[in-house]
Write a protein that binds this ligand. Structure first.
Ligand code: NAG
Ligand code: NAG
Length: 805
């Protein structure tokens, strides 16, 4: 009789696996439903950008200094444009502003992105009601003073606009007055931004609304041939020009009625403003007129601080974001078409057009996930399906980050608690012991053991992930810590590989190949799937480079490595040679030239020089520590054949030496901290980094190993994360962060105020387990594939001990 066998969950790993599949399924289904329901009408989030949004840093959340900089359009990342980007977007055309002083403010805000000093100077002049031309940095901005929206220059511009977008419907009869006087009448307008209404309310006593309606109707009639006015939601984004040339209407911004001057307060009353906006609303829903309703959200009454003294005009930050909304609408898709990655302008952009490989992988994964969930987990070699999972995340929303100290503190305390709770004593794993014999075992078990280095990588990884998630990069002190952490990874690279080469004396090609494949597999596969570049993953190339440096350094005349002065001399020579390699102009350029001619690979030699130079010497510090460690240990534990004064001293006064170093380390770290507070900016700090980074790192090593208790205990959570640090580091860009690192991923299932504490923790709680699980699976797949390529038969893993994983 056949027995029905229920799948039994045999291990925590399998339980994790199962629950992750179920979680992924739930999140995926919910997200697809949301996508199908809400996003189908507005897949590129043009409408969302146009109509909606919220401040992530409004004073309500307790950001008293410099609020209103971080605008979150629903589900996408607003890009802050700079001068050259505006110039590229405008191309040969101009950007035209028409209306009253509220429009002029946005005109100046955009001009300020191009040339801030000139704008400060110009705006100090007395206010006049005139047209303004601003042509700088390759861009022409033009402002028409036309508060009643009925000037002849406006209609001339509209005619020129219609000639471009809809040439067949323009009659040949020239409008009276001719346009040659204004000079730019013939220049194409990439954007026309029109806003008015306040003057109608203020200056027209009878029939203000009717005048306003007529003005808007006339504009629509002049600009568009049919009843449809080409709303941005309906049009496809394809093509080089993105959404194409557009007319955008500003809503009539509600002033702060209670702060208006008495004369204004008498005429600018809520009823008039509301009626005008209602009319615009009618036109925008019925005919698709593009009205920037998001502006009303920016200044809605909850945000009194968004207004200046007059109660009519907004403050500079708000005006600047208003200009950004316009630019994102018009320029994002165009820029993405020109640049490709980084895809961090996700509003009004088709983000990344799927290619057929991605569509295929996506389909496979959509079909595959449910099957996998039922069939559980046997299959091992599934790195591809994991990758496809991250493509699936393209459906998700992308949101901006907003740094707060308290978020950072909360994440850090969670890490601390997890770390302390998971502390373990000494571990002896029998399988590992079998293959590490003699010297290796005892050396490693004392100083900087495997679990210790894993733990170190783990908590550093935790910190780096927190740093990316909370968007802390503009905090100098956190930036400095991150730089030290990255240097620590490289220190460990130098240390571990040197230990390995000294002890195992295995310089074989197989060893090199397996380390390199393991480091680079994921980073070299993902660019195909995600349309990023290999250099984007930053870490893999960096560590690979330094691994090769260590290998070459140790390899040359390796039979004399036992002779200490020779080895040290070799390391110093290597440091000088590598510095020359990095810093001498021409070498990296030459390599890139060959790469470009041979395989079409382009790279930025300047950037690479900077990246390599930043951590130039810390790898050598790791090598020194490894050599010193082996040396001292052999002095202490083996009988010396040729005792010298130095070895005598070391073996006799070792405790004293150790006490001295612990004392020194305990002083170095706080002093380092205090001294680096004095650097003004990242640039200044970066200059110092290569020379001083080893100080806190070596001090940490000394302190971490200062007592037997500290040496033998470690946190298993951090050690686990440390073993998967390469995968978490690489995958975070796709599964956890969004817009290739610039924002955060969000399921879009929850609506809230955008803070992590009250809103985003829900997305965090849903997505993080998936992220961790995928990193774990990918790590397993990488090992399998590496072993498969390199035909590994040794059962005890030598690799992870040393490599940067
Ligand atoms: C525009 O409208 C205002 C107010 O109705 C009027 O005073 C002005 O003369 C008009 N200008 C033109 C050029 O028609
Ligand atoms: C987008 O990426 C570019 C290049 O890495 C960067 O300069 C820019 O600041 C990013 N923008 C956002 C909004 O993150």
């Amino acid at each position: 009789m056949p027995r029905i066998r229920f799948p039994r969950i045999s291990s925590p790993a399998e339980a994790f696996n199962r629950s992750s599949y179920i979680l992924i399924l739930i999140v995926l289904v919910a997200t697809i439903c949301r996508y199908a329901n809400l996003d189908a009408q507005d897949p590129y989030k043009c409408g969302a950008l146009l109509r909606d949004g919220q401040w992530l840093d409004s004073p309500d959340f307790g950001y008293p200094q410099r609020p209103f900089q971080n605008w979150q359009a629903p589900g996408c990342i607003l890009h802050e444009y700079n001068g050259p980007e505006i110039a590229r977007c405008a191309g040969k055309g101009k950007i035209l502003f028409v209306g009253d002083s509220t429009v002029r403010q946005i005109f100046w805000a955009m001009a300020k992105k191009i040339d801030p000093y000139y704008v400060e100077y110009e705006r100090a002049k007395p206010d006049e009601h005139v047209d303004i031309m601003f042509a700088r940095g390759g861009v022409t901005l033009k402002f028409l003073w036309d508060p009643f929206l009925n000037s002849s220059s406006l209609f001339e511009e509209l005619r020129a606009y219609r000639k471009v977008v809809d040439p067949l419907t323009v009659s040949e009869k020239p409008v009276g007055g001719q346009g040659s006087g204004s000079g730019t009448g013939n220049q194409r307008s990439t954007i026309i931004f029109i806003g008015g209404g306040l003057w109608h309310a203020r200056h027209i006593q009878v029939g203000a609304l009717k005048h306003f309606k007529d003005a808007v109707d006339n504009i629509a009639y002049a600009a568009y041939s049919s009843a449809t006015t080409g709303g941005v939601r309906t049009l496809p984004l394809s093509g080089e020009d993105g959404i194409g040339d557009r007319i955008l209407f500003g809503p009539v911004l509600e002033p702060l009625y209670d702060t208006l001057s008495p004369a204004r307060a008498a005429t600018i009353v809520p009823e008039k403003i509301n009626e005008m906006n209602q009319y615009l609303e009618q036109l925008s829903t019925r005919q698709g007129l593009n009205v920037l309703w998001s502006y009303s959200n920016m200044t809605s009454k909850r945000h009194r601080e968004a207004y200046g003294e007059s109660g009519i005009h907004v403050i500079a930050n708000v005006a600047s974001r208003m200009a950004d909304v316009v630019l994102n609408l018009r320029c994002n898709a165009k820029a993405a078409h020109q640049d490709g990655y980084p895809y961090n302008r996700t509003c009004c952009n088709d983000y990344r057009p799927f290619n057929w490989i991605q569509v295929f992988v996506l389909l496979c994964s959509l079909v595959g996930f449910p099957v996998l969930a039922i069939r559980a987990v046997r299959a091992r070699k599934r790195s591809r399906s994991n990758e496809s999972g991250s493509i699936t995340f393209a459906l998700f929303n992308k949101v901006r980050k907003q740094y707060t100290n308290s978020d950072f503190a909360i994440f850090s305390s969670i890490a601390l608690v997890l770390g302390i709770l998971s502390t373990r004593g000494p571990v002896y794993s029998p399988s590992r012991r079998r293959c590490e014999s003699g010297l290796g075992t005892s050396v490693r078990q004392s100083f900087l053991s495997r679990s210790q280095t894993d733990e170190w990588k783990g908590w550093m990884q935790f910190f780096i992930l927190t740093y990316h998630y909370t968007g802390a990069s503009n905090q100098l002190w956190i930036y400095e810590i991150i730089r030290i952490l990255i240097a620590s990874y490289l220190f460990l690279t130098g240390y571990c590989h040197t230990m390995y080469f000294m002890e195992e004396k295995d310089y074989s090609f197989r060893r090199i190949a397996s380390v390199l494949i393991r480091l680079n597999l994921l980073a070299s596969l993902l660019p195909f799937a995600m349309r990023t570049t290999y250099a984007f993953y930053y870490f893999a190339p960096l560590v690979s480079f330094w691994f090769l440096v260590v290998w070459v350094t140790m390899r040359i005349h390796r039979n004399r490595n036992e002779y200490l002065p020779f080895l040290l001399g070799k390391i110093i020579t290597s440091a000088i040679a590598v510095t020359a390699f990095i810093q001498l102009k021409g070498i990296l350029e030459f390599i890139f030239l060959i790469l470009r001619m041979a395989c079409g690979i382009t790279g930025n030699s300047h950037e690479l020089r900077y990246q390599l130079g930043l951590d130039a010497y810390v790898v050598y510090a790791g090598m020194f520590v490894a050599i010193l460690h082996i040396r001292v240990w052999s002095i202490l534990s083996l009988p010396q054949l040729h005792p010298t004064l130095l070895t005598e001293m070391i073996s006799r006064y070792f405790a004293l030496f150790r006490a001295f170093f612990v004392f020194a380390a305990a002083i170095v770290i706080p002093v380092f901290w205090i001294v680096t507070r004095r650097s003004q900016d990242t640039h200044d700090y970066d200059w110092w980094q290569p020379y001083i980074a080893w100080l806190p790192i070596v001090s940490f090593v000394v302190l971490r190993n200062s007592t037997r208790f500290l040496r033998s205990h470690h946190s298993s959570v951090f050690a686990w994360l440390g073993r998967h640090s390469l995968e978490t580091y690489t995958l975070q860009y796709h599964i956890w962060l969004a817009g290739d690192g610039g924002g955060l991923l969000s399921t879009g299932l929850f609506q809230g105020d955008g803070t992590i504490k009250h809103d985003r923790w829900r997305d965090f709680a849903l997505i993080t387990p998936i992220f961790i699980w995928m990193s774990w699976r990918v790590a397993g797949a990488t090992t399998t594939i590496t072993n498969w390529i390199i035909k590994g038969e040794d059962t005890c893993e030598k690799l992870p001990e040393m490599s940067m994983r």
